[in-house]
Ligand binder design. Structure first.
Ligand SMILES: Cc1ncc(COP(=O)(O)O)c(C=O)c1O
Length: 458
């Protein structure tokens, strides 16, 4: 037994960035100017920014040092080869194609392989993944296990894909399925992990039905930590070893290095298929850049190469997962309904349960997001009917869940920031009866949550 139980931040702070404090009146005005959509706020008007964990992390001194090593040659840069070897060591994939972020990898992959009428199964597609499938007139089908659809149900691997449902799909409509995807961890389903056993099951089905298996690997390291902590027989292994086994089960992946690449920008597409890789590289040249930089600077490639090493370190992952759980414990103990257990990168509040008087088509998630900003300057995001309720044919229905995600940037906020956030959530939950819904006054046809304008209902 160790004599101390406190899990401390496994770093000290060398450089700081001041926060700007605002009054409630200033925030009310800022939100009105932003059409009641927190994506349109000026970030200087936000006190604690939990909008996303994507690209918002703090780089280490080693990463900042690596930036100076960036080789900015257009073709064949030294930084690309360092990046390629870091990604290949970790994933084992044959072809490593850099992209400026995750959705570019998705677009290139799906535009290359999808045809109208295709179906892409996944545990849950993230919003950009779904949009990049649907833009090809294909269907993004979510097959997460039933436990993953119920926020209050506790299960160690709520991100697992329903293997029976996947098998039924491959059996009945397999000719329409060009590949199987699994998202680790499952962001849209609450940042929940997928077990190694489940991934082995997907591999076996893909072998049986001769389908390629791709990971959406944005949070592979957090997923590996959950496997180490929760799956029988895995506790003695390093997260890196577990991650390598997981990648070894797949035929390729899309990756946003803005998450578990510990970088502020970047991503990649990786795969074993020579034929698909050639087509993807051709498309990459058209829209992202030459295959040895893919829309990134040489210094970005250096930062990602180093980030992929740091992200699998045990002290980092222990602190990372525990600090998310710490926030979840605090607000759950105060009676706020959340997706349980806590996700890896975020805590998800069940806004539909917290605000039963606001129907889904009046967007309870937006009501909660806007109240948290107005009352405390905390910015977070709706993952619910605004994000997923609009369909390609223009109709709108309630999403399966109306969640509000508090995403924790990596290595950015300290425990007292998180204590403040917990206080803010509990305060807003206490005034739930006063919160009102919203209507949309203007919105684009796809990915509307980023730019929609809202008006409060009386
Ligand atoms: C699971 C998942 N897939 C894909 C993406 C897209 O990555 P990017 O924002 O780098 O385009 C995200 C980003 O949040 C994500 O969480």
């Amino acid at each position: 037994m160790r004599p101390f139980h406190t899990i401390i931040e496994p770093f000290r702070i060398k450089s700081v960035e001041a926060l700007r404090f605002t009054t409630r009146e200033e925030r009310v005005a800022a939100l009105a100017r932003a059409d009641h959509n927190v994506f349109k706020l000026h970030a200087d008007d936000v006190l604690v920014d939990l909008l996303t964990d994507s690209g918002t992390g703090a780089m280490s001194s080693a990463q900042w040092g690596a930036l100076m090593q960036g080789d900015e040659s257009y073709a064949g840069s030294r930084s690309f080869y360092r990046f390629e070897s870091a990604v290949r060591d970790l994933t084992g994939f044959k072809h490593i194609i850099p992209t400026h972020q995750g959705r570019a990898a998705e677009r290139i992959l799906f535009h290359t392989i999808l045809h109208p009428g295709h179906i892409v199964p996944n545990n849950n597609h993230f919003d950009t993944t779904r949009a990049n499938v649907e833009v090809e007139d294909a269907e993004a089908r979510d097959l997460v296990i039933d436990e993953g659809r119920h926020p209050a149900v506790v299960h160690p691997f709520k991100g697992n894909i329903d293997l029976a449902a996947l098998e039924a799909l491959l059996d009945r409509e397999g000719d329409r399925v060009p590949l199987v995807m699994v998202t680790i961890t499952n962001n849209s389903g609450g940042g929940q992990p997928v077990s190694l056993a489940n991934l082995c099951g997907v591999r076996a089905l893909c072998d049986r039905y001769r389908k390629p298996f791709f990971l959406d690997a944005c949070r592979f390291a957090e997923n590996a930590w959950f496997v180490k902590e929760r799956e029988e027989g895995q506790s003695g292994r390093t997260p890196r070893d577990i991650a390598r086994e997981i990648f070894g089960l797949a035929d390729g992946c899309t990756m946003s290095a803005k998450k578990d690449g510990l970088a502020n920008i970047g991503g990649f597409l990786a795969m074993n298929s020579d034929a698909w890789a050639e087509q993807c590289r051709n498309l990459l040249i058209l829209t992202e850049g030459f295959p040895t930089y893919g829309g990134l600077a040489g210094y970005d490639l250096e930062a990602i190469a180093r980030g992929l090493e740091e992200v699998v370190e045990e002290p980092y992952l222990r602190y990372r997962i525990r600090s998310t759980e710490y926030l979840a414990d605090k607000i759950l103990n105060a009676g706020v309904p959340i997706v349980r257990p806590a996700g890896g990168h975020a805590v998800y509040i069940d806004a539909r349960s917290l605000l039963p008087h606001i129907p889904p088509l009046q967007y309870p998630g937006i009501a909660l997001v806007n109240a948290l900003y107005t009352e405390a300057g905390v910015r977070c995001v709706e993952i619910g009917t605004v994000m997923f309720g609009l369909h390609a044919d223009g109709t709108e229905t309630a999403a399966a869940l109306d969640l509000v995600r508090l995403a924790i940037p990596r290595r950015v906020y300290t425990q007292s920031h998180i204590d403040f956030v917990a206080e803010a959530v509990i305060h807003v939950a206490g005034m739930r009866d006063q919160l009102r819904g919203y209507r949309i006054t203007a919105a684009p046809g796809a990915l509307r949550h980023f730019t929609a304008a809202f008006a409060p209902l009386r």
